[in-house]
Design a protein around this ligand. Structure first.
Ligand code: WT7
Length: 646
């Protein structure tokens, strides 16, 4: 914070906090012993004796000789410990329907679902795609897949049929679990048609069965391989003994955007992942499972939903809210109404949401009783100090600590964050590596940069929830994360230490954009655009946006003959935006399409996105001396000033 303002934990908070200041010293003095201690908080059917095997670096093996069942850890053991009546999920549907599901009931449902999946042919190591709205069945299916030692690949319901098909085929998925639809923005929104389209014409030949949850009751087309969830669940036994699997048993694949090409299937395994998800969830959110009500607003389609809706909270026996819909349906105070209704005490959301509420004004949250809140979290992109301060004040009643948590799909769990009962909080900074995590900020040569200077964030020691690879692509795993600096994980983020040694994240340094906390690849959107017959060349940039952090802006060179032949020159922008929506999903749809005659390229033919970003953000164009043709930018700027864009 420029003015040096910081917020120390109150003595009451500090004295009750789960994490005590000694935690940092404990982790420093023997990092591996520290992680082993965290892992022992889980139930191991066969206790581990080995902590870390790094001999096949960069593929780590954690707790390798131990055996556990992830689903048992999230369910059965809480019931056995006498907490079966505790509410695991307070589900709130967008139309206002509600369901309270205790740990005992959730355990039964997951056991039934495991039996259903077994009957549909799912066994250890098989891949199951989950394409569902944010309803309890999504959580149940994930845990049922985990229970069988199978591998889930959750595909966000906002992704298109094409995106779903790509992910299904990359992982040779055997069974797809979906729903007729879900509710969004006050309406039923169909999902099953996208699955039908993805599977049509034998496009996904490995898929044998489709399990369909009835959520909206809208008509659906029925195919031979389809089964209704309710029919199958009604027939299934609610007894299912969880078998123990090795610690390194694959747990899930989650696709995320990289700098180039198709999305990467990030692979996570069991023991280490669950250890770090549970440990960070407990310590960073200061979870007291007997009394807290936790709510993370992320969809299970993203890593935040995996680690901080499903695995972390349930491993810790938390009671949590899950909400199906959008924050503004049917009214802009919906989230605050939910916090009031369930007396939510820990709340975890993204800066983009905070900024849009900020814009609407604090009169809206002021109408609700938010006094139950005691910890607030932020994730997905850097949170600007102004939004941080608003969050603490308007939502947190000037008393709640705000923890800004930095991590990635690849890291599996939080890596940099304050601890709310220990750290003096600085608005806008993620501050400190989590105990057990080693971070460095280096220059291009891999040398540590002095405090105050921007550099690249690297992780220098293996951590339990680290990705174990990219599904079926070890070469890309190595190239994307481990090739830039010898023996260190390169995250793709810029960062600096301030004078106090606190970490500030400065955004991506590669061609990955962050729109509303969602990761998008410029290359993927460009390839969608050039897939259209009208587009000769395309360049995409993330331009800064007041609400969404970044927004997608595309520059295209058209094939004018094709556009003329189609006779739809006036609809170019709309049609190209639709193309991206169809190929990837509405989240990737460009905010703006700028038609240009040329693109700025270096002499080696690389597009200079920096210059395009200047144009997209309305700034004077920066240094053009490395361009092959230095006049290009003035042509582009002049043409755009003429109103030739969009
Ligand atoms: C990228 C990872 C981690 C779950 C959600 C996103 C950015 C994430 C922060 C933060 C600054 C952040 C980074 C990172 N990011 N959290 N607190 N401060 N930047 O997961 O889709 O894998 O994206 O999100 O750029 O590399 P993801």
């Amino acid at each position: 914070m420029p003015d040096g303002k910081s917020f120390s934990p109150s003595p009451e908070f500090a004295s009750q906090a789960i994490a005590k200041p000694e935690i940092y010293a404990a982790a420093k003095s023997d990092r591996l012993a520290f992680w082993a201690e965290q892992a022992r908080a889980l139930h191991w059917a066969k206790p581990f004796t080995e902590i870390l095997d790094w001999s096949h670096a960069p593929v780590a093996r954690w707790f390798d000789d131990g055996e556990l069942n992830v689903s048992y850890n999230c369910l059965d053991r809480h019931v056995i410990a006498g907490h079966g009546d505790r509410i695991a999920l307070y589900f709130e549907g967008e139309p206002g329907d509600r369901r309270e599901i205790s740990y005992a009931e959730l355990t039964r449902e997951v056991k039934k679902c495991a039996n259903v999946l077994t009957r549909l042919g799912v066994g250890k190591g098989d891949r199951v795609a989950i394409y569902l709205p944010m309803i309890p069945e999504a959580v149940i299916t994930m845990l049922a897949v985990a229970r069988l030692g199978a591998i889930h690949s959750v595909v966000f319901g906002g992704f298109s049929a094409d995106a779903l098909a790509t992910r299904i085929n990359d992982a040779d998925v055997r069974v797809v679990v979906t729903a007729d639809g879900g509710y969004r923005k006050g309406k039923a929104s169909a999902l099953k048609p996208a699955v039908d389209e993805a599977l049509a014409n034998d496009r996904c030949p490995t898929v044998e069965q489709v399990l369909v949850v009835k959520r909206t009751g809208e008509d659906v087309v029925w195919n031979d391989q389809d089964h209704w969830w309710h029919d199958e669940m009604a027939k299934a036994s609610d007894e299912h003994e969880a078998q123990a699997f090795p610690s390194e048993q694959e747990l899930f694949i989650l696709y995320t955007s990289g700098t180039t090409g198709a999305p990467k299937g990030i692979l996570h395994t069991s023991g280490g992942y669950l250890t770090q998800a549970a440990y960070t969830h407990k310590n960073i959110f200061d979870l007291h499972p007997e009394t807290d009500v936790y709510w993370c607003t992320a969809d299970v389609g993203w890593i935040t939903g995996h680690s901080y809706v499903v695995y972390g909270p349930l491993a810790n026996g938390a009671s949590q809210v899950i909400y199906e819909g959008t924050p503004d349906a049917p009214h802009p105070g919906r989230w605050w109404e939910i916090i009031e209704r369930y007396k939510v005490s820990i709340f975890y959301t993204a800066p983009t949401a905070i900024r849009s509420f900020m814009k609407l004004g604090r009169e809206i949250p002021d109408k609700f009783d938010l006094s139950s809140l005691r910890v607030l979290g932020s994730v997905g992109e850097p949170i600007n100090p102004e939004a941080w301060l608003w969050y603490r004040s308007a939502i947190g009643g000037d008393k709640c600590p705000v923890v800004d948590t930095w991590w990635q799909t690849e890291t599996g769990a939080i890596m940099v964050s304050p601890l709310p009962g220990i750290t003096s909080l600085k608005p806008g900074s993620a501050q400190t590596p989590v105990p057990g995590i080693e971070i460095k900020i280096v220059n291009e040569e891999g040398e540590e940069v002095p405090r105050g200077e921007a550099g690249l964030l690297t992780i220098t020691e293996p951590w339990p929830s680290m990705l174990r690879g990219i599904w079926r692509n070890p070469g890309r795993f190595h190239e994307a994360y481990w090739s830039r600096f010898e023996g260190q994980y390169f995250a793709g983020d810029g960062a600096k230490f301030d004078d106090d040694g606190d970490i500030w994240l400065l955004g991506r340094v590669d061609d990955v954009m962050n729109v509303s906390g969602h990761r998008l690849s410029t290359a993927e959107i460009e390839s969608s655009l050039v897939g259209h017959p009208w587009v000769a060349e395309a360049a995409v940039v993330g331009a800064s946006d007041e609400i969404t952090g970044q927004a997608v802006v595309a520059f295209v060179i058209l094939r004018l003959d094709q556009v003329e032949a189609a006779g739809e020159a006036e609809n170019i922008s709309k049609i190209l935006r639709e193309q991206v929506s169809k190929d990837i999903g509405p989240i990737a749809r460009p905010r703006q399409i700028m038609v240009v005659a040329e693109l700025p390229k270096t002499r080696s033919g690389k597009i200079m996105r920096r210059l395009l970003r200047d144009v997209a953000e309305g700034r004077p164009v920066g240094d053009v001396t490395t361009l092959a043709d230095t006049s290009v930018m003035s042509v582009i700027s002049a043409k755009l000033a003429d109103g030739a864009s969009d």
